[in-house]
Write a protein that binds this ligand. Structure first.
Ligand SMILES: *[C@@H]1O[C@H](CO)[C@@H](O)[C@H](O)[C@H]1NC(C)=O
Ligand SMILES: *[C@@H]1O[C@H](CO)[C@@H](O)[C@H](O)[C@H]1NC(C)=O
Ligand SMILES: *[C@@H]1O[C@H](CO)[C@@H](O)[C@H](O)[C@H]1NC(C)=O
Ligand SMILES: *[C@@H]1O[C@H](CO)[C@@H](O)[C@H](O)[C@H]1NC(C)=O
Ligand SMILES: *[C@@H]1O[C@H](CO)[C@@H](O)[C@H](O)[C@H]1NC(C)=O
Length: 179
């Protein structure tokens, strides 16, 4: 009996550490933007930046983990929020769309054309994959009116503004360069 209890404890401990090891943060890399801006949650949308912009009522850094089925990115706040459930990331892959990447909580519905499934990591690079398509990495950083803060969009063939930047979202944190 004691032995069995011990075994169960060890197994649970293993599962726990595997699950928490799967949490990751995402950082943006692209030409013309500060390298490694961290992705955060802001009023239901995904932003990358150094700090929370004043125009958001709720902004919080997040770690992401994969859902049980393995193709959803579920957010956990790194800070105090009043969420009753964990928001899940979505992209709008409608042909010709160029919409913000966002999050839906349990009792909300994603906007028309948006999907919460199909996400994954490929060697630490975030991708989305439709049923019919191959792996795609079409993230865009769209400048806001605050320095070093960008709204993250998904480019499904829409028209890019001149100051929009194609970015890779990676789990790799930027290397601090001391001056
Ligand atoms: C995320 O964390 C960084 C470093 O701790 C902090 O400077 C920044 O303000 C945080 N961003 C948000 C949206 O809370
Ligand atoms: C990791 O993800 C799990 C499941 O979403 C969550 O419960 C936990 O708080 C997360 N841990 C961190 C450090 O964010
Ligand atoms: C979470 O917050 C702690 C304390 O401020 C900080 O050390 C850590 O880097 C943060 N992690 C993320 C993913 O923002
Ligand atoms: C979701 O649930 C929260 C807390 O119960 C509630 O405040 C919010 O209005 C609900 N949202 C929707 C879209 O039903
Ligand atoms: C900055 O942009 C946000 C979001 O578009 C807007 O709500 C806010 O009024 C703008 N602030 C200024 C100072 O233009």
């Amino acid at each position: 009996m004691l032995y069995q209890l011990y075994l169960v404890t060890v197994l649970v401990a293993c599962v726990d550490s595997v699950v928490s090891a799967q949490n990751f943060s995402l950082y943006a890399y692209g030409t013309g933007i500060t390298s490694g801006l961290q992705l955060f949650y802001g009023d239901g949308q995904a932003y990358v930046g150094t700090s929370a912009p004043s125009f958001l009522s709720q902004a919080v850094n997040i770690t992401l983990s994969k859902s049980d089925d393995g193709t959803e990115f579920v957010a956990s706040p790194n800070g105090t929020v009043d969420w009753t459930s964990q928001p899940t990331m979505y992209v709008d892959t409608t042909d010709g769309a160029m919409n913000a990447v966002g999050f839906v909580a349990g009792n909300e519905t994603a906007p028309d054309g948006a999907t919460v499934t199909g996400f994954g990591l490929y060697g630490g690079w975030a991708f989305h994959r439709d049923d019919s398509s191959s792996i795609e990495m079409k993230f865009i950083a769209s400048p806001t009116n605050e320095t070093d803060v960008y709204l993250v969009k998904w480019n499904a063939g829409g028209t890019k503004s001149a100051d929009d930047v194609a970015i890779a979202l990676r789990t790799m944190a930027p290397v601090a360069i001391s001056s």
